[in-house]
Ligand binder design. Structure first.
Ligand SMILES: NC(=O)c1ccc[n+]([C@@H]2O[C@H](COP(=O)([O-])OP(=O)(O)OC[C@H]3O[C@@H](n4cnc5c(N)ncnc54)[C@H](O)[C@@H]3O)[C@@H](O)[C@H]2O)c1
Length: 271
């Protein structure tokens, strides 16, 4: 089978860990040339090593998505290295740390500085990624190189439901709305915009770590929250994002796709 992303050039943000790390490996196995962008360059470089792709197929770059110039530079690097841009996967995201034994911070306990930090990465970081990609797609269209690129954002079930805390949930709800509104705005150019909305995964997100000493217990607990009974794996989300980025999804835009084992479908009632 030919790779789903054969010949495509992608920028993936947050590539140094979790879903981003899984995505650069999977997408490269499916033929994509990838810029692995992360605020933590050594981690992005480690992801490139772990992906095991042929030399030169993936390039790591330091990128802070909260800085528009930094995101534009990552897109420029894709063009300089691989000649064009077909896909941006705005995957980088952060949250405030849960308080042990209490859970997510309540609205009344949030402080302005931490609100700004999470909003800058989770909302503005996605906007900057979309802007940089669309500007490049427009250039390609003007040059007769095809401008119908693809944007995949990362929202969360926290943007579709009341799970995840007020601050994080608000930012992911913004990504859900942005994905729909932008999809309509750029549809006439043939640009598609979708998001993935994962449920809980054991990554470095939220102060956890994939090698946590209670790993099995945590994964079991996550699984119990989903009708399918399994925790979500970062590769599940990377795969759903790859489908949305691929030509198989050529007529899909404005969709916020849950990757949640049925969590947002509801609970079984009755027998
Ligand atoms: N893990 C979960 O339970 C979960 C659930 C739903 C949604 N998500 C979302 O999935 C995405 C990936 O999260 P993950 O679980 O892989 O987390 P992770 O913490 O393992 O990875 C996030 C990566 O983003 C990078 N990053 C952070 N700030 C950045 C910035 N300003 N610029 C560039 N890179 C930055 C980090 O260095 C890290 O490598 C995030 O958007 C997150 O909100 C995660």
């Amino acid at each position: 089978m030919q790779g789903l992303l054969e010949g495509k050039v992608a920028v993936i943000t947050g590539a140094g860990s979790g879903v981003g790390r899984a995505a650069i490996k999977l997408w490269a196995e499916h033929g994509a040339k990838v810029i692995a962008a992360d605020i933590n360059l050594p981690n992005a470089e480690e992801s490139v090593k772990l992906a095991g792709a042929p030399q030169g197929q993936i390039k790591a770059v330091e990128c802070n998505v909260a800085d528009p110039d930094s995101v534009s530079a990552a897109v420029a690097l894709a063009v300089e290295t691989f000649g064009r841009l077909d896909i941006i996967y705005n995957n980088a995201g952060i949250t405030v740390l849960p308080i042990p034994g209490v859970g997510m911070k309540k609205l009344v306990d949030l402080d302005h500085a931490e609100m700004r930090k999470v909003e800058e990465v989770n909302i503005n970081g996605v906007i900057f990624g979309c802007q940089a990609a669309i500007r490049q797609f427009d250039k390609q269209a003007e040059n007769g190189q095809g401008g119908a690129g693809v944007i995949v954002n990362t929202a969360s079930v926290a943007g579709l439901t009341g799970y995840g805390g007020v601050l994080y949930g608000s930012t992911k709800g913004a990504v859900v709305a942005m994905t729909r509104t932008l999809a309509i705005e750029v549809a006439e150019k043939g640009i598609r915009v979708n998001s993935v909305c994962p449920a809980g995964m054991l990554t470095n997100y939220g102060g956890m770590n994939p090698e946590h000493e209670q790993k099995d217990k945590i994964l079991e607990g996550m699984g119990k929250a989903h009708p399918l009974g399994k925790a979500i794996d970062p590769a599940d989300t990377a795969g759903a994002a790859m489908f949305l980025a691929s030509d198989l999804a050529g007529n899909i835009t404005g969709v916020n796709l849950p990757v949640d084992g049925g969590l947002t479908a509801g609970k079984k009632v009755g027998g």
